[in-house]
Ligand binder design. Structure first.
Ligand SMILES: [Zn+2]
Length: 471
C-alpha cells in the first residue's frame, strides 16, 4: 500500500446537562411542542473573508425548520445569550485532556466556529480549547494529540428535501470533547489501533455511551494527493477496508490528475463518497457573550486527583484479586467497578462480590421477568453491603445470598428475607423414614435436601440421619 499520512478527529458526547444552558442532554423521539422556521445568511467573519464553504452553502438558499421540545430553552433557539459554561463538562474535559497526556491551557477564549448547514440555530458552534500537545502510545510508536476542545453538539438532521431541512433541537448544545491527533498515523492498522485506544480512554471518563454518542473522522493523504476528510469513520469492523479503498481511490485520481481536497463520508461497504468541498480557514471568531475560561490550579489538581482508570488498568486490578476472565468481563461490561471497590471493604471475598454484582442480578431479572436496570436499582451498594455484612457476621451463608436477593426483589425487606423458616429436622426425617421405609441413607439425604433446598445444611441432615438409622 502507498505511503499514508493520517490523523483522527473524534467527537465524544459527555454525560452531563448542556454546555451553555441547564437543559438536560436528552434525545427525544416523541412529537415536538412546536417548530420554528429560519433562513440563514452567512456573514463576513471578523477576519474579513466569507468562508468558502459558507459561500458554497449559500448558493443553495436553504430554509431550516427546527423542532423544539419542553426540554429546550431560548438558548438553543438563539433567542437568549448563552449561560456560563457548564462546570461539570469542563471538569470532565480536563480529565480527558490529562488522560491524553495533554498540557492544559490556563486561560482560553471561547470561540465561534462558523456552521452554515443549519444544524446550529446561531450559524456557529461554540468551542473552547482545553489541552494541547498530548500523546497516546501505539505498537508503531507515539501518536501526538494536537488539541482537545470542549464544544457544543449540533442539532440533529431529521428531514432533508431539496432546499428545505428539518432539525431537532434536542441534541443542540450537548457537550462534546473534540480530540484531534497530529497527522502521525502511517498505516491502516495503526489508525485502527489509535481509534480503539482513544475510544477506551474516553470511556474511562463520564461520557455518553451507545450509537451516535461518538463520531470519528479521518484525515488522510497519500503522495501527490491533497488531504481528504472522511466523516463517519467509527465502525472498527470496516476501518481497515475503508482506508485501503480510500488509498486506492486517491492513487487512481492522482494518476488521472483529478485529485481534490474534499470532505467525504464512509459508506457501509467500506468505500467513501463525496460530501462537500473542504472548508477554508476563516472559520473562527471570538464569542464575546461569555467571559474567558480560566482553569485554576485547584480545578487542575482536583482533576488530577480524581483521574479515572482505563479499562485495561481495571482489568489488571481485578486480576490481582484472583477473578477469572469471565467475571472480570462481566464486572467491566456491567460497569460495576466502583461498586466492587466499595464492597471489597465489607467482605474479603472478591469472587462472591463479583457474582453478587453481576450474575445474581441477571438471574433474578430473568426469573422475575424484569429489566436488568430495575434489578440493579433495587440492589444498590447500600443494600448489597447489608446483605454481605450478614454473611460476614455468619448470620447467613454464601449460598443464602441469591435466595435472599430473590426475596428482596419480590418485595420483602432485608429482615424478612434473611429470616429462616424453623425446620424441625428430627421430626421431618422421622416422617420421611415412615413414609418410605428401607431406603439408603444417601437416598434419604437426596430427598430431604431436595425438599429443604438452601434451608438446611447437608452436614446437619447427615448427622440426624445417622442418629435415626442404625448402621
Ligand atoms: Zn436550553
Amino acid at each position: 500500500m502507498a505511503e499514508i499520512k493520517a490523523g483522527l478527529e473524534i467527537h465524544q458526547q459527555l454525560d452531563t446537562n448542556k454546555l451553555f444552558c441547564s437543559c438536560p442532554s436528552l434525545l427525544r423521539s416523541d412529537p415536538p411542542e412546536f417548530t420554528v422556521e429560519r433562513k440563514l445568511n452567512p456573514v463576513v467573519g471578523e477576519t474579513g473573508k466569507i468562508d468558502i464553504a459558507a459561500e458554497y452553502e449559500k448558493t443553495k438558499n436553504k430554509t431550516f425548520t427546527y423542532e423544539v421540545y419542553d426540554t429546550n430553552c431560548l438558548v438553543e433557539l438563539d433567542e437568549e445569550p448563552p449561560h456560563q459554561i457548564n462546570p461539570q463538562a469542563v471538569d470532565i474535559a480536563l480529565q480527558i485532556a490529562l488522560l491524553f497526556n495533554c498540557k492544559i491551557f490556563p486561560v482560553a477564549q471561547i470561540m465561534r466556529k462558523t456552521v452554515i448547514d443549519g444544524s446550529n440555530t446561531s450559524g456557529f458552534q461554540r468551542t473552547v480549547l482545553i489541552g494541547h500537545d498530548g500523546f497516546i502510545e501505539t505498537n508503531e510508536g507515539k501518536v501526538g494529540i494536537e488539541t482537545i476542545a470542549l464544544e457544543e453538539d449540533a442539532a440533529r438532521i431529521i428531514k432533508h428535501e431539496g432546499s428545505k431541512s428539518t432539525f431537532r433541537l434536542d441534541r443542540l448544545g450537548i457537550p462534546l470533547v473534540e480530540i484531534t491527533t497530529k497527522p502521525d498515523l502511517k498505516s491502516a492498522e495503526q489508525i485502527k489501533e489509535a481509534a480503539l485506544k482513544i475510544g477506551e480512554i474516553l470511556r474511562a471518563a463520564k461520557v455518553k455511551r451507545g450509537i451516535g454518542t461518538i463520531r470519528q473522522d479521518l484525515n488522510i493523504s497519500t503522495p501527490k494527493h491533497p488531504r481528504v476528510e472522511i466523516k463517519g469513520f467509527q465502525n472498527p469492523k470496516i476501518m481497515i477496508n475503508t482506508i485501503e479503498n480510500e488509498v486506492k481511490r486517491q492513487q487512481e485520481t492522482t494518476k488521472e490528475k483529478k485529485a481534490k481536497g474534499e470532505v467525504r463520508k464512509t459508506n457501509p461497504d467500506a468505500t467513501t463518497s463525496f460530501l462537500r468541498p473542504m472548508p477554508g480557514a476563516a472559520r473562527m471568531y471570538p464569542e464575546t457573550d461569555i467571559p474567558l475560561l480560566k482553569i485554576s490550579r485547584q480545578m487542575l489538581n482536583n482533576a488530577k486527583n480524581n483521574l479515572p482508570k482505563l479499562t485495561s488498568e481495571h482489568r489488571s486490578y481485578l486480576k490481582e484479586f484472583g477473578l477469572n476472565d469471565e467475571l472480570i468481563k462481566l464486572v467491566l461490561k456491567q460497569n460495576k467497578m466502583q461498586d466492587f471497590e466499595f464492597l471489597i471493604n465489607t467482605i474479603n471475598n472478591p469472587n462472591l462480590i463479583a457474582k453478587t454484582l453481576t450474575i445474581f442480578p441477571k438471574e433474578i431479572a430473568k426469573k422475575e421477568n424484569k429489566p436488568i436496570e430495575e434489578i440493579y436499582k433495587i440492589f444498590n451498594t447500600d443494600i448489597l453491603e447489608s446483605i454481605l455484612e450478614q454473611v460476614e457476621k455468619g448470620k447467613i451463608s454464601e449460598n443464602d445470598i441469591k435466595p435472599t436477593m430473590q426475596k428482596i426483589a419480590s418485595g420483602m425487606n432485608l429482615k424478612q428475607a434473611i429470616q429462616k423458616e424453623k425446620i424441625n429436622l428430627k421430626d421431618e426425617i422421622q416422617t420421611f423414614i415412615k413414609q418410605k421405609p428401607d431406603l439408603s441413607i444417601n437416598a434419604y439425604m437426596g430427598l430431604i435436601m431436595a425438599k429443604f433446598k438452601g434451608k438446611v445444611s447437608g452436614a446437619e441432615v447427615m448427622e440426624e440421619l445417622k442418629n435415626q438409622i442404625p448402621q
